[in-house]
Design a protein around this ligand. Sequence first.
Ligand code: ADE
Length: 216
Amino acid sequence: MIFHVLTIFPEMFHGFLNESILKKAQGNGVIAIHIHDIRDFSEDKHRKVDDTPYGGGAGMIFTPQPLFDCIEHVKKLAPKAPVIYMTPKGIKLTQSRAEKLNTNFDQYILICGHYEGIDQRVIDELVDLEYSIGDYVLSGGEIPAMAMIDVLSRLVPGTLGNDESHREETFSKRLDRKKEYPHYTKPADFRGMKVPDVLLNGHHAEIEKWRRGQLK
Ligand code: ADE
């Protein structure tokens, strides 16, 4: 799976990409993530990418030129990738929508917005999908893009240590999209707080039944 991320803050991705599961997945070639600095495409000598909104109002808007040039450049690298704009106005990212995306695509172009948004002509001409990670407004699309990369990467076989582990978890199909059962590990008695007996007796059918009963 290949991600191309368009951002004005490339450094924000360094820590996120160089730790844990995503680091390993990139190391073993299961996923690749390319970060593109939108400012590199600005024709302005000060690398400006924003301007005031026509019609007035607060905040700044991404101008079309750097984004058009950056998206057109990246589309040549990933012609089959949908261009996805991360915005609170988009459709809500859910586990089942992520699974659907994963069935349809293995390359993605993610645009991180800032300020009050991006010029509508970019959306009309070049954006295929708009996704939100929740009904709240963040200061930029970088955290939403990271959420998108994380949820999609986990669906690729070979990303998680155990390929099955993305299946039986909260919101998975196997658990009827419900919130999963509680987990316990050793010790069986911690400060008098005991692990439910059913989990200790090794009776798999009973454990399964108990876990099913705990789904919410
Ligand atoms: N950009 C700012 N807030 C956002 C959100 N909630 N989802 C996606 N992109 C955003």
